[in-house]
Design a protein around this ligand. Structure first.
Ligand code: SAH
Ligand code: SF4
Ligand code: F3S
Length: 481
C-alpha cells in the first residue's frame, strides 16, 4: 500500500479537510510517512494573502528536490485558482483538487496509485454542499488516536472536533479572495451536520465547533434541508454528551437577535466568540463592503454582553487597506479597546487578484502598514495580558487535552509568584512521578496548565474544575479544585 504525507496551510477549514483526507487514506490501508519518503505528498493550500500562496509554490520545489519520486496532490484555494496550470511547471503534480473537489480525494488517490501515468483534476464547483458520503464510513472505523501522538495532527485528537456546516461565501468583501476560491455559499443539510456531531460525541468527544466561512448565514442559500442557523444551534445543543459548542466564523452583519438570544439560553455555547471586525473606521468598513458600521458592531457587542455577561471576544483585523489614513487606523485601535478583544488575528492588507480592493488606488505604503501592524499588536498584547490577569482567583472548567512537559524554572520565572516559591514548586515538579502536568482549555478558550495527581486517573477529554492562581504571558496556571 502506498504511503502519504500531508502538508496544510491556511484556515481551520483546510486543517479539517486535510484531517479527513488523512483519515480516509489510513482507512484505505495507506500509511503516513515523512515527506522525504512518501509515495504521495498532499498539500492543502491557502491563497487568502500573497505570502501563503508563495509558500506553496516554493514547497513544490522543495518536494521535487528532496523526494523526486513522490507524486504530489495540490488541494484547496491555490489549487482552485491555478487549476491545471499547476501541471505546467510541475511534472510531479498529478492531482489538483479544488474546494469542492476535495470530496473526491480518496477515490482519486486510489486511481492514481493504480495507474502511474494518470493525472486528474477536480475543479468544478458543485451546486450543493459537497457532502462526503463516504466520510462517516471512513472515519467511523478509524480508531481514535491517543492525544499527543505523532499522528494526531492529521487525524484529529480525541478531545475536540470541527464539523463543517457550510462551504463558500457570498459576501465578496472588497479585499477577499474566498468567494472566488471557495465558490458560492452552500449549506450542508442539517441531518448530515447532526449525524457527524453525533458520531464525534459517540467517541467521547465533548467539544464541537461548527465551521464555515460565514456560519451565521447558514441556511440562507436554501440548498437542501437547511433551517435557520439558530435552529441548527438549538438542535446541536440538544445532543447528548455535548459539553462545549463553538462557532467559527460568524459575520457581524448576519448576527441576528435570535442567535444572540441563543447565547443567553444555551449554556453549552462557549462564552468565547470570534467576531471579525476587520477595521474600526466607518469609511474603511464601507469601502470593504462589510455591511456594518462601528456603531452597529458595538451595538451587537453590547447585546451579546447583555445576553452573556462573561462573553469574551476575539477578532480579525486588517491594517493598510487602500485609502486607510492614520485617523482611520486610530479608529481601529479605539474599537479594539471598546470591544475589549482578548485576542486578534491581524493582517497587513494584501492585494488579491480579481478583488475590488486590488483595483483601488491609494495603496498604503508597506512601511506605514507594518508600523500600524506593530502598534496594533502592542495594544492587543496589552489587552490580552489584562484579560489573563483578570482570570486570577476565578474558578473555571478545564478540558484536559495534553500532558505538558513539566515547566522548568527558567520558563516560569517571569510569572507573578515570588522567585523562591516558583523554584520550590518547579524543582519539586521536575522530580515528581506522582503528578502529571496537564494542559487544556477553559470555556473561554484560555490555555490552562495544572498539576493533577496520577492517582486521580484523569485522561484527555475529561473536564475538571480549577482555580486560576497565576496569569502568565499567554496562558494560565490553575489548581485543581
Ligand atoms: N470568513 C471569515 C474569514 C475569511 S479569511 C470572515 O469573514 O471573517 C480570514 C481573514 O483573513 C479575514 O477575516 C481577514 O481579516 C483576512 N484577510 C482576508 N483577505 C485578506 C487580504 N486580502 N489581505 C489581508 N488580510 C486578508
Ligand atoms: Fe471573505 Fe468577507 Fe466572505 Fe469572510 S465574509 S470569507 S472576509 S468575503
Ligand atoms: Fe485560506 Fe482558503 Fe481558508 S484562502 S483562509 S484556505 S478559505
Amino acid at each position: 500500500m502506498p504511503s502519504f504525507h500531508c502538508i496544510t496551510y491556511g484556515c481551520q477549514m483546510n486543517v479539517n479537510d486535510s484531517a479527513w483526507v488523512a483519515r480516509s487514506l489510513v482507512k484505505m490501508g495507506w500509511t503516513e510517512s515523512e515527506m522525504e519518503t512518501a509515495d504521495f505528498v498532499f498539500i492543502n493550500t491557502c491563497s487568502v494573502r500573497e505570502k501563503p500562496q508563495h509558500k506553496v509554490l516554493s514547497m513544490l520545489g522543495i518536494i521535487r528536490d528532496t523526494n523526486p519520486k513522490a507524486s504530489v496532490a495540490v488541494a484547496g484555494c491555490v489549487a482552485q485558482q491555478m487549476g491545471e496550470k499547476l501541471w505546467e511547471k510541475n511534472a510531479h503534480v498529478r492531482l489538483v483538487l479544488g474546494s469542492d473537489g476535495i470530496a473526491y480525494a480518496p477515490q482519486a488517490f486510489e486511481k492514481l496509485a493504480k495507474n502511474p501515468k494518470l493525472r486528474l483534476s477536480y475543479l468544478k464547483f458543485t451546486k450543493e454542499f459537497p457532502d462526503r458520503k463516504p466520510e462517516l464510513e471512513f472515519f467511523r472505523t478509524v480508531p481514535v488516536l491517543p492525544t499527543g501522538s505523532a499522528e494526531e495532527s492529521t487525524k484529529g485528537n480525541d478531545t475536540r472536533a470541527f464539523v463543517n456546516i457550510m462551504q463558500g461565501c457570498n459576501n465578496f468583501c472588497a479585499y477577499c479572495i474566498v468567494p472566488y476560491t471557495r465558490g458560492r455559499q452552500k449549506s450542508r443539510p442539517m441531518a448530515s451536520v447532526l449525524a457527524e456531531c453525533k458520531e464525534w460525541l459517540s467517541r467521547g468527544i465533548c467539544d464541537l465547533t461548527l465551521l464555515g466561512q460565514n456560519v451565521n448565514a447558514y441556511g440562507k442559500d436554501n440548498t437542501g434541508d437547511t433551517p435557520h442557523f439558530t435552529e441548527l444551534l438549538y438542535e446541536t445543543a440538544k445532543l447528548e454528551g455535548l459539553k462545549r459548542l463553538h462557532l467559527v466564523t460568524p459575520h457581524p452583519r448576519d448576527f441576528c437577535d435570535a442567535t444572540v438570544n441563543a447565547y443567553k439560553e444555551l449554556s453549552v455555547l462557549a462564552p468565547r466568540l470570534h467576531l471579525p471586525l476587520q477595521a474600526g473606521s466607518d469609511a474603511i468598513l464601507e469601502k470593504m463592503g462589510r455591511g456594518y458600521t462601528g456603531r452597529d458592531f458595538m451595538r451587537l457587542v453590547e447585546k451579546l454582553r447583555t445576553a452573556r455577561p462573561d462573553i469574551a471576544l476575539s477578532t480579525d483585523l486588517i491594517v493598510g487597506f487602500p485609502g486607510e489614513t492614520e485617523q482611520d487606523f486610530q479608529d481601529t485601535l479605539r474599537m479594539m479597546k471598546e470591544a475589549n478583544f482578548i485576542a486578534s488575528f491581524s493582517f497587513i492588507y494584501s492585494d488579491r487578484p480579481g478583488t475590488r480592493a486590488s483595483k483601488m488606488s491609494e495603496k498604503v505604503d508597506a512601511k506605514v502598514s507594518l508600523d500600524r501592524l506593530n502598534r496594533l499588536m502592542t495594544l492587543q498584547n496589552e489587552l490580552a495580558e489584562d484579560w489573563l490577569k483578570s482570570r486570577v482567583d476565578m474558578t473555571t472548567e478545564v478540558l484536559l487535552e495534553t500532558k505538558s512537559a513539566r515547566p522548568k524554572y527558567s520558563e516560569v520565572k517571569d510569572h507573578s509568584l515570588d522567585v523562591e516559591t516558583v523554584k520550590n514548586v518547579t524543582e519539586h515538579m521536575e522530580n515528581d512521578t506522582e503528578n502529571t502536568s496537564w494542559q487544556g482549555h477553559d470555556t473561554w478558550g484560555n490555555t490552562v496548565n495544572l498539576i493533577i495527581p496520577n492517582s486521580f486517573g484523569h485522561k484527555a477529554g475529561d473536564i475538571v474544575s480549577a482555580k486560576i492562581v497565576t496569569a502568565k504571558k499567554h496562558s494560565l496556571l490553575g489548581e485543581l479544585l
